[in-house]
Design a protein around this ligand. Structure first.
Ligand code: ADE
Length: 254
């Protein structure tokens, strides 16, 4: 997967050199290219921002450097795309508090793509014509991490890249673990059950006996019940959205 990120704070992306994502880059599973938006300005001060039409507090990012930066990236596609993939182009992701909330489903969909481009806004965001223009040429998705405001898109890029990259074959050592975590479709998007390791007793707290009992069916039932209870308590929205087919009579008894 090729990932291009345009930012005025490229150093923010340094953590992607660490751990599993760093290793995936060294193995050639991911090619990350970070571009400085200021390299696409032409004035002495390398200006990327200006005041908003209509007034208001704060500054907006000017469209021209974005146009030049994104055009340059689009003109340099990754090698080895099929004709169809080349025609479709990348997905342009624009982190923003006005985007759709980023969820595991979208992470899975993006993990199927060969090429992602991220545009990191700062200040009060990017001139709205940038998204409008590129949406007429390629697929554009504005994505939000949640209902709060960050200072820019870089932290969201760290989050989205990590969530997507770990789904690529070979990035996480034990692929089976991906099916057993919170939000996995295999478990109907429920939160994961509590988990324990040794010792069996710690500070007066014992591991639930069923987990040490060696009875596979009972362990599975206990985990399912705990996942349902935890999800109902913490994320009633997730339980409310469960289709009838996702639960059986034993589930509904919980
Ligand atoms: N940029 C600013 N706030 C954001 C948010 N909540 N999610 C993604 N990008 C953002």
């Amino acid at each position: 997967m090729r990932i291009d990120v345009v930012s005025i704070f490229g150093e923010y992306l340094q953590p992607l050199q660490l751990s599993l994502i760093g290793k995936a880059q060294r193995q050639g599973l991911i090619e990350l290219r970070v571009h400085d938006l200021r390299d696409f300005t032409h004035d002495r001060h390398r200006t990327v921002d200006d005041t908003p039409y209509g007034g208001g507090a704060g500054l907006l990012m000017k469209p021209e450097p974005w146009g030049e930066a994104l055009d340059a990236i689009l003109a340099d596609p990754p090698a080895g795309l099929s004709a169809e993939q080349a025609e479709r182009g990348p997905v342009l992701l624009v982190p923003s508090p006005v985007g759709e909330v980023f969820r595991q489903e979208r992470a899975h969909a993006l993990a199927e793509e060969p090429w992602l481009v991220f545009a990191c806004g700062r200040y009060e965001g990017i001139d709205a014509r940038v998204v409008e223009h590129y949406a007429s040429r390629i697929r554009v998705q504005e994505v939000s991490l949640g209902d709060y405001v960050l200072n820019g898109g870089e932290v969201a890029v760290l989050v989205v890249v990590e969530a997507v990259a770990r789904l690529l074959p070979g990035v996480v050592g034990n692929a089976a673990s991906l099916a057993e975590e919170s939000h996995a479709a295999e478990h109907d998007g429920l939160l994961e059950h509590p988990a324990y390791t040794k010792p069996a007793s710690w500070r007066g707290l014992d591991v639930p006996a069923v987990l040490a009992g060696g009875h596979h069916g009972q362990v599975a039932r206990w985990r399912r019940d705990e996942a349902l209870r935890r999800t109902a308590r913490r994320r009633p929205d997730v339980v409310a959205a469960l289709p009838e087919s996702a639960t059986d009579a034993a589930d509904r008894a919980v």
